[in-house]
Design a protein around this ligand. Structure first.
Ligand SMILES: [Zn+2]
Length: 288
């Protein structure tokens, strides 16, 4: 029987670039902040090496410009480099011209560094829109991985997938553009956020694993996301952010690294693929 697929993805951004702290640390202050993403990402790379898996890194191009050798190293280790935009502005909160520039600039910055095409995009805070998808196609991306059907987070964007064809857990539109949604757990009419991030840190590891097994049984594939700052309990504290934002950001950071390793270890019967590898495997199945 064919193995189930797990796609591990990393949104490569730093502790001060997250949406939860935007009111405390605007873009204009980024340059003055301590960069911690390189060490944290290198630790993630070690974990992936230990577990012998490949992942997809959605890289914020502002970071790539500051530490290009990290991006090259990720690529040379066989992982996929994709775009997380340039400055983490939400798609839903940006003019079409600014968004076009962001999508073009981040793609070209990353391609310049790795010397290879960048095919995928993930919108900051999953804030994808139909307009952003049109721009992605126009600019030459071949897939997006931002759609998140958990409805209770107001930052999540929405997409009309009625014209897309579903294949495993991916969706392909009539022009051949793919959407790789974040995996959530559906029980009856309820949807629970089960794709990673803060929810991964919040939930007990056995419970999380059972949820993923349930998703795999239904979809044959599962999309997981994590950020480098989530394995960094020593990051600076942003004390003037709201309580709820701080709770979400700092919850269980110290346990996350071992949780990640044991999560990957517990699914050794699955194939861990990059997004592009996964899409290629779906395209191959479709051919007669
Ligand atoms: Zn992000």
């Amino acid at each position: 029987m064919k193995r189930n697929n797990i796609l591990i993805t990393v949104d490569l951004e730093d502790w001060f670039q997250v949406e939860n702290f935007k009111n405390s640390i605007p873009f204009s202050e980024w340059d003055a902040k301590e960069l911690r993403f390189e060490n944290n990402t290198r630790r993630l790379l070690e974990i992936f090496e230990e577990c012998n898996i490949k992942a997809t890194f959605f890289v914020l191009a502002w970071n790539a410009e500051r530490v290009p050798e990290l991006v090259r190293d990720i690529y040379n280790l066989g992982h996929e480099i994709a775009s997380h935009g340039y400055n983490h502005h939400l798609c839903s909160d940006t003019t079409i011209e600014d968004l076009r520039q962001d999508l073009q600039k981040s793609k070209s910055v990353l391609e310049e560094i790795i010397g290879s095409p960048v095919l995928g995009y993930r919108a900051p805070s999953f804030s994808i829109t139909g307009q952003a998808i049109s721009l992605l196609k126009e600019i030459g991306y071949t897939y997006d991985s931002s759609y998140n059907n958990f409805g209770l987070n107001h930052r999540h964007g929405s997409l009309d997938l009625s014209q897309y064809r579903k294949k495993s857990f991916a969706y392909k539109d009539p022009q051949g553009f793919w959407e790789l949604p974040i995996s959530n757990l559906t029980i009856g009419k309820m949807t629970f956020p089960w794709g990673g991030g803060g929810y991964f840190r919040l939930l007990n590891r056995t419970l999380f694993r059972i949820g993923v097994q349930r998703i795999l049984k239904k979809e044959r594939g599962y999309m997981f996301y994590i950020h480098p700052w989530e394995i960094d309990p020593n990051q600076p504290l942003v004390s003037d952010a709201g309580f709820f934002f701080r709770f979400r950001h700092y919850l269980n950071l110290g346990k996350c690294e071992s949780k990640l390793s044991s999560f990957i270890e517990s699914f050794q019967d699955c194939s861990f693929l990059t997004c592009s590898q996964y899409l290629k495997s779906l395209d191959n199945i479709q051919k007669p």
